[in-house]
Design a protein around this ligand. Structure first.
Ligand code: IMP
Length: 205
């Protein structure tokens, strides 16, 4: 039987790598949505991950008739910051007007902004989680959604070179490693995106 193809509506290289690992683990095809770069991005102004994931899946599926479109909305919730940066994770440093260091990437600036916000917060109070909501839509209708989370805490300095986003600061106590120190396969096993993906597959099959 021909494997099902999900068309991922994201240009985030880190998310695409995570999806590629999921593909290998589950024998499902994931392709990037055709002409994604030419499609203007929709606003992501819903207050919840689910709202944004649904909005993106509906919007992009209307641009690609007949295809099963997969959208991801995800981010980091830090308890000491009352759940921030949350749905604003990708734009955190911009929102906080955190200074730009010449040559630094968006991820580096967001991480510096997070460390700054947690300057006086002791280790015991740095609990955080990643949350991911996946939504699948076809022709403007959401067919499935799934959610995954992973618990950890925020270090005081980055560790590791893998992953993306906040991974070098996100410490997983059970593994004694950050998300940037584990392999892509291990990340798929325990991450918010891996968990959401498996929950989605359970519905799709
Ligand atoms: P979105 O594109 O609006 O869903 O923003 C997701 C943002 O959340 C990313 O740009 C990262 O800052 C953060 N994020 C989500 N998932 C991960 C992950 O697996 N590792 C590190 N950061 C993540």
């Amino acid at each position: 039987m021909k494997p099902m193809t999900l068309y991922a509506a994201t240009s985030n290289a880190g998310k695409l790598r995570d999806f590629a690992t999921a593909t290998a683990a589950h024998g499902i095809e994931i392709a990037t949505l055709p002409n994604l770069a030419q499609i203007p991005a929709p606003p992501e102004d819903e207050p919840t991950f689910e709202g944004n994931a649904r909005t993106k899946a509906i919007y992009y599926s209307e641009q690609a008739p007949g295809l099963l479109v997969l959208a991801d909305d995800s981010g980091l919730e830090v308890d000491a910051l009352e759940g921030a940066p949350g749905v604003r994770s990708a734009r955190y440093a911009d929102d906080e007007l955190y200074p730009q260091t010449p040559g630094s990437t968006t991820d580096e600036r967001n991480n510096a902004c997070l460390l700054h916000a947690l300057t006086d917060v002791p280790d015991a109070c740095r609990a955080a989680r990643y949350r991911c909501v996946l939504a699948v839509a076809r022709d403007g209708m959401v067919t499935h959604t799934a959610e995954g989370t992973v618990e950890g805490h925020i270090l005081t300095a980055p560790r590791g070179t893998g992953g993306f986003g906040y991974d070098p600061l996100f410490f997983i106590p059970e593994r004694n490693q950050t998300m940037a120190e584990i392999s892509l396969e291990a990340k798929h096993e325990l991450s918010h995106r891996g968990r959401a993906f498996r929950a989605l597959l359970a519905q799709l099959s």
